[in-house]
Design a protein around this ligand. Structure first.
Ligand code: AMP
Length: 223
């Protein structure tokens, strides 16, 4: 059975970090719409030109654009064993479109990482990421500003949208457009939420346990 995962949660909850770990341990691609859009902005493609100002304001790129990106990405052969979506869906219409894309495929497992807003603001405004590979430095690690990326040696930078004013806007966007997804998915038997205020390794362990239990229940139900 393919391992089709989505990672929900507010900005700064640790979705990217946890998705990266799943991708590695399960051998499935991590698909981050934020990474795809940032790359488009950096390389100056037509998509990047359309998305740049929106992202800088902390608002959402249109459903039509991101659904198109994901639809195309989920058509590739490397998602056969599964995938982990990070940062998508972010609105109810995107979630509905994803249900359409998933028709006839193995079920979606929906993982939510829950973190309080004051902690998110602290994390986002002190976050450093690698310019090359996107890896995060440890939160609050002052040396991260000068030390190269522990993973690839690239330079560590702050994301353009990780400044205080844009962070407030992104959290507002999350509350209005994305949080309703907790209700959209919450009653499905394949939904789990974990407390993301815990140490990253504890969050990983809880997410892995949730996925293992859900996979067991799903394959049991099919047997
Ligand atoms: P992220 O790296 O997931 O925090 O995404 C960075 C920015 O990219 C967001 O603030 C949005 O402007 C845009 N973005 C990423 N994913 C989506 C999505 N699924 N829908 C709309 N906009 C998105």
């Amino acid at each position: 059975m393919a391992l089709n995962l989505i990672m929900l949660g507010p900005p700064g909850a640790g979705k990217g970090t946890q998705a990266e770990r799943f991708a590695k341990t399960k051998g499935i691609p991590k698909i981050s719409t934020g990474d795809i859009l940032r790359e488009a902005v950096q390389t100056g493609t037509e998509l990047g030109k359309r998305a740049k100002a929106i992202m800088e304001r902390g608002e959402l790129v249109s459903d039509e654009i991101v659904v198109g990106i994901v639809r195309e990405r989920l058509d590739r052969a490397d998602v056969k064993p599964g995938f982990i979506l990070d940062g998508f869906p972010r609105t109810v219409p995107q979630a509905r479109a994803l249900d359409g894309i998933m028709a006839g495929r193995d079920p979606l497992i929906v993982l939510n990482i829950d973190v309080a807003e004051d902690e998110l603001i602290r994390r986002l405004t002190t976050r450093f990421v690698c310019k090359n590979c996107g890896s995060n430095a440890a939160v609050g690690d002052a040396a991260a500003t000068t030390a190269p990326c522990a993973k690839c040696g690239g330079p560590m930078v702050q994301r353009a949208d990780d400044n205080a004013a844009v962070v407030v806007e992104r959290l507002k966007t999350y509350r209005r457009d994305t949080k309703p997804l907790v209700e959209f998915y919450g009653s499905r038997p394949t939904y789990r939420s974990v407390n993301g205020a815990q140490a990253p390794n504890t969050v990983t362990a809880e997410l892995e346990a949730a996925v293992a239990a859900l996979c067991k229940a799903t394959s049991g139900a099919r047997a």
